[in-house]
Design a protein. Structure first.
Length: 114
């Protein structure tokens, strides 16, 4: 799993590329989010367009990111979730917690209006 950060219109966008299956990737994601928060990021969008697969540990990574960001006074949205991740979030009722959008533009607009 690769993580890439970019900025757009006051929002920090994290592009995830690859399978989200926990293990070392979980530690990497946690450190990445922690560093962004330490740098002052509070509006964070995670783009999942290049994530073909996530298991329960991968979903746990998203839950951990959500918790860390909310505890720091920030907001998190997910965009471009594929069918696999959508199914997991629906079955686990996590769509009640996560704000999801079809496009980055919609997610950015939401974060900047919140």
């Amino acid at each position: 799993m690769k993580l890439k950060k970019r900025e757009h219109d006051g929002v920090t966008i994290v592009d995830i590329d690859g399978r989200m299956v926990g293990g070392e990737d979980s530690d990497k994601m946690h450190a990445y989010i922690k560093d962004m928060l330490a740098g002052g990021a509070r509006k964070i969008l995670i783009n999942l367009s290049k994530v073909p697969w996530a298991d329960s540990r991968g979903v746990g990574m998203l839950i951990g990111a959500h918790t860390s960001i909310e505890n720091a006074g920030g907001k998190l949205v997910l965009t471009n979730i594929g069918d696999r991740i959508d199914s997991i979030l629906t079955l686990t009722r996590l769509l009640l917690i996560f704000k999801t959008f079809d496009t980055e533009a919609e997610g950015i607009e939401f974060l900047n209006s919140a």
